[in-house]
Design a protein around this ligand. Structure first.
Ligand code: FES
Length: 546
């Protein structure tokens, strides 16, 4: 494979470092990663390694159909195989948009070659009519205004172009920002990198340094399984609560842990996140955006504030403990990063609910919910699919009021398939017109990390896997009690058991990836990975035909 490289590139102990790059014009959030890759390459050369481009499948959250989550495991599988198949000693993982960092980390975990993540960073804050706009979060808010008739479509479109004003991924604490922070909390980035804005020259500095670090990692043989231990995952869960991160991190962290053989379950999120204060005032839980977090001191300043809750034994790719890298971190704007003594919420962890509607668990993010709805009893209004929502939600005849509980089924990993981000289903137009802005919603779907509301997600088992959600009927009383961690339908057990489950309307796919996915995807409480991809095969290649 000379291709212009001098013979010395293949002599001695020169680590060959792949740069697994998710740059694509169809993933606008990652379109700048080729420039990032150049800086990584400079660092690799400088440290005595040989950088090698490795384009991998990319997933643009807003472009890929029917939902990017259907393809996360495909990217993880393809990347895993290419990392193993190629003659490399280490890899730098370039990701940004929601599914890209999770899929790369899943792949690297299963191959267990020395690896480091270089996150692409969020976009800069855009303004509309003098006010800052958060990607996703303000789209949800303003699109409700359009439906309520209080904002014109033209003004809405102008707000959109004001919002997307630079390169980078969504600038709220959505899934992309959350997963970059998770990668850093897990120890898989150069400390101090997550959240560096995409257009900031310091992103390229970090990229250069990450290239150097990749060579060091390969020479020392430090592998993801040595960095991402159970202690690291618990640190990530503390971080998730303190930053008010996306519920999607739950499925992604469970999937990554599954690849590493690390024991982690839903209850770890509730137990470890309990009592962790929400310190970051970012949309969708708060007001500010990623650019503000970076100038206020960044993730390190947040972690410094909860240092006593972090496991000091968990190391990073540098070989040194995560907590050691927090020395010197400071908060520069207490409006954005709150002090421990003055949090936005005293208890920001993701709550795991169980009950006769979710025997295997369901999750809710109390920080993004309406406090008055966290304990609620209401009449179910049931939708069998997303299409059913579109067809009936805005009908004047829909029998619904603000106390109703909207139930959506058929949107889990198997049911949709791919577990789309539709759990924050819109509110009925006639209630929006009355000024209602939140209702209890329950589903087996996921929710965009940029969304908000009193939304119960990831119900296990999903309706298509025989879960009780398939037996709920419109009119049944639903009881949500987040403090008690309960989610129930108030119907006698014998009656519920006797009811037939409503069949999933989506036929089993005839062929291809969708068929493989539906036949093998696990439920959300196991990360919605494919059952045969759980675990690691290491980097050994058994046969050689060259
Ligand atoms: Fe890519 Fe939001 S669309 S991060």
């Amino acid at each position: 494979m000379r291709r212009g490289l001098p013979q010395e590139a293949f002599e001695g102990r020169k680590p060959h470092i792949a740069i697994a790059n998710t740059a694509s014009d169809l993933t606008p959030c990652n379109s700048h990663l080729n420039e990032v890759a150049q800086s990584v390459k400079h660092g690799v050369w400088e440290a005595g390694g040989v950088p090698l481009d490795l384009p991998v499948v990319s997933l643009g959250e807003t472009n890929v159909r029917p939902t990017a989550m259907l393809w996360r495991n495909l990217v993880a599988m393809a990347t895993e195989e290419m990392l193993r198949a190629n003659p490399i000693d280490g890899v730098v993982l370039l990701g940004g948009c929601d599914k890209t960092i999770p899929s790369l980390l899943m792949a690297a975990s299963s191959v267990d070659l020395p690896a480091v993540v270089m996150p692409g960073g969020p976009m800069l804050t855009g303004h509309f009519r003098g006010a800052p706009l958060g990607c996703g979060t303000d789209v949800w808010r303003l699109s409700e205004e359009v439906r309520a008739g209080t904002l014109s479509r033209e003004a809405f479109l102008r707000s959109e172009s004001s919002m997307i004003r630079s390169r980078g991924h969504c600038n709220t604490m959505g899934t992309a920002s959350t997963m970059a922070c998770m990668a850093e909390a897990l120890g898989m980035t150069l400390p101090g990198t997550a959240g560096t804005p995409a257009p900031d020259s310091r992103l390229l500095e970090r990229s250069h340094e990450t290239g150097r670090l990749a060579v060091e990692l390969a020479l020392e043989g430090r592998r993801p399984s040595q960095v991402m231990t159970r202690a690291s995952f618990l640190n990530a869960i503390v971080t998730l609560a303190a930053i008010g991160g996306s519920t999607n991190a739950v499925v992604h962290l469970l999937a990554i842990a599954g690849r590493l053989g690390v024991s982690l379950d839903l209850d770890d999120f509730d137990r470890t996140g309990a009592g962790v204060p929400l310190l970051v005032d970012l949309q969708p839980a708060g007001r500010h955006l990623m650019d503000d977090l970076f100038r206020a001191g960044g993730l390190a300043a947040v972690l410094k504030e909860v240092e006593d809750l972090l496991d000091p034994a968990a190391i990073t790719v540098t070989g040194r403990p995560l907590v050691e890298h927090l020395a010197g971190a400071e908060i520069w704007d207490e409006d954005v990063i709150r002090r421990r003594a003055d949090p936005l919420l005293p208890d920001a962890g993701i709550a795991v609910l169980r009950g006769n509607l979710a025997p295997g668990g369901a999750v809710i993010k109390p920080a993004a919910a309406s406090p008055e709805l966290l304990r609620h009893r209401g009449r179910a209004v049931v939708f069998d699919s997303v299409e059913d929502v579109y067809a009936r939600l805005d009908s004047p005849d829909l029998d619904v009021d603000e106390t109703s509980v909207l139930v959506l089924r058929g949107c889990g990993p198997k049911g949709y398939p791919g577990m789309p981000e539709v759990g924050n289903l819109p509110l009925p137009a006639k209630l929006l017109e009355k000024g209602v802005r939140d209702m209890v919603r329950i589903s087996d779907a996921r929710m965009s990390g940029t969304a908000y509301g009193t939304v119960v997600l990831h119900t296990v088992p999903e309706a298509a896997a025989g879960g009780p959600l398939a037996k709920v009927r419109t009119g049944d009383p639903i009881v949500l009690d987040v403090a008690a961690r309960r989610l129930d339908v108030d119907v006698p057990g014998a009656e519920l058991a006797a009811r037939p489950a409503v069949a999933n309307g989506y036929a089993r796919p005839a062929r291809g990836w969708e068929r493989l996915y539906v036949d093998h995807v696990t439920q959300a409480d196991r990360g919605a990975d494919l059952d045969f991809l759980i675990g690691s095969s290491g980097d050994h290649v058994g046969r050689e035909s060259h």
